[in-house]
Design a protein around this ligand. Structure first.
Ligand code: IVH
Length: 418
């Protein structure tokens, strides 16, 4: 067997295992994968002339990327209109027919261009018209295929989707960073990572990519066909995303009376569980299934008319205010920080929250020992939004606690409650 055969076999095996990993069905351990990977790297180092730019080892990145060249999008990258209730989804979409719904991933959108079945460009959304060329960084993302199969057209195709960071990766990353440098949420972490100048650092941060658009493939009748095509090419798609209903992707006749109730329930179900998922999800996207209908509906200036986002409201929970610390920012700003009994909010562990300044503390009328309401949406740093239950000291028993606790204590001690 020649060296090039060895290269090809190893590269093929690595791609296969990367694909199985994407599907959540790995056949080998991470350590075995790494060992195979190192073997290919060693071979490539020895026989540099045989190295394929799309080799799986390209994913480890190269040392330095000086600046991101700007690239104009072939087609504008749009945003999505929002709805806050299921009824608003129906009203704003104004469509009767089949729709699908899927998680709205809280990351950053990327456009991937393939030519001759090879990844040639990865560009961020930027201002929608022009984005940053982050190809070197995108190549490090394991769930972005570098080469497409023979089934894909050799002509230019574009795949769009969301690059994101799983919560588990986000937590690990943040725990290694100083307070001032911590990312507020997985979206900021993903965006910050994509903009790193050292693609080896990008590779280490383990981003993922979920694809939901395919431009340049003919003869796709329904959205589910499109997703299956992407799936065949080893992309992670909404078909892999967590959902509460059984169907791989749910389709429902919108506007046909009761059927929307089912989708509203599925969406509500996702709202209830999304904080327990490893995926950063900030809502659901409802999309027209029929691709010809999508083309007829067309795009608005800001968003397509065939899709709408249902955003989850920011989460709130009550917890104990254990202490207040003052943090001194890089520029000398003083911020009171609430030290809380840890709660899970919008998928992250919260044990500190901002109280902005002294005036805010006065406005809230909050004191250590109180049970407070803490709010966190994916976009913002957790904040204390109100006092839920005040903490008192009882002069008769000398105990501190909520009114209910103090009354219970008096009763236990047989003290009359005047
Ligand atoms: S469909 C706009 N589907 O949300 C063109 N977008 O707030 C069609 N996003 O710019 C987009 N998950 O970056 C679509 N399942 C999903 C999505 C999704 C996240 C992002 C996308 C878009 C932004 C709008």
């Amino acid at each position: 067997m020649s060296v090039t055969d060895d290269f090809a076999t190893l590269a093929h095996d690595l791609r296969r295992h990367a694909a199985l990993y994407t599907e959540g069905k790995p056949e080998i351990t991470d350590a075995d994968y790494d060992a195979m990977f190192k073997k290919l790297q060693a071979l490539e180092a020895q026989f540099t002339s045989c190295k394929d730019p799309n080799s799986p080892t390209a994913r480890v990145g190269s040392p330095s990327l000086s600046d991101f060249p700007k690239v104009k999008h072939a087609r504008k990258m749009l945003s999505l209109d929002n709805a806050m209730t299921a009824q608003e989804v129906v009203d704003k979409l104004g469509y009767t027919g089949w729709v699908t719904w899927e998680p709205k991933i809280d990351g950053l959108s990327l456009s991937l261009t393939y030519e001759g079945r090879k990844l040639v460009k990865a560009v961020t959304r930027g201002d929608g018209t022009t984005g940053d060329d982050v190809t070197i960084n995108a190549r490090t993302i394991k769930t972005i295929p570098l080469i497409l199969s023979e089934k894909a057209p050799a002509t230019r195709i574009e795949v769009r989707g969301e690059a994101f960071m799983r919560f588990s990766v986000f937590e690990e990353l943040n725990s290694a960073l100083e307070d001032d440098d911590k990312f507020a949420n997985p979206r900021n972490a993903a965006a910050g990572t994509m903009k790193l100048k050292d693609s080896r650092a990008v590779a280490a941060r383990k981003l993922d990519f979920m694809a939901y658009e395919l431009i340049g493939e003919e003869d796709i009748a329904m959205y589910s066909d499109l997703l299956h095509r992407l799936n065949d090419e080893q992309f992670m798609t909404p078909l892999h995303a967590p959902r509460v209903d059984d169907a791989p992707i749910s389709t429902v006749a919108l506007g046909a009376g009761g059927s929307f109730t089912d989708s509203a329930l599925a969406i509500k179900g996702m709202e209830d569980i999304h904080e327990s998922l490893d995926f950063p999800i900030d809502g659901m996207v409802i999309k027209v299934s029929d691709m010809a209908d999508r083309a007829d509906l067309g795009d608005g200036t800001r968003a397509p008319k065939w899709a709408i986002a249902f955003k989850f409201p920011p989460e709130r929970k009550s917890t104990l205010l254990k202490d207040v610390e003052v943090s001194v920012g890089r520029h000398g700003t003083l911020t009171p920080i609430a030290i809380l009994e840890q709660v899970h909010l919008s998928g992250t562990k919260v044990h500190r929250a901002s109280m902005f300044n002294e005036a805010e503390i006065a406005r809230l009328g909050v004191a250590v020992g109180d049970t407070v309401m803490v709010e966190k949406s994916a976009e913002i740093i957790p904040r204390v939004c109100s006092v839920y239950e005040r903490c008192y000291t009882d002069p008769k028993t000398g105990k501190t606690g909520t009114i209910d606790q103090l009354l219970a204590e008096r009763k236990a001690q047989g003290i009359e409650n005047e």
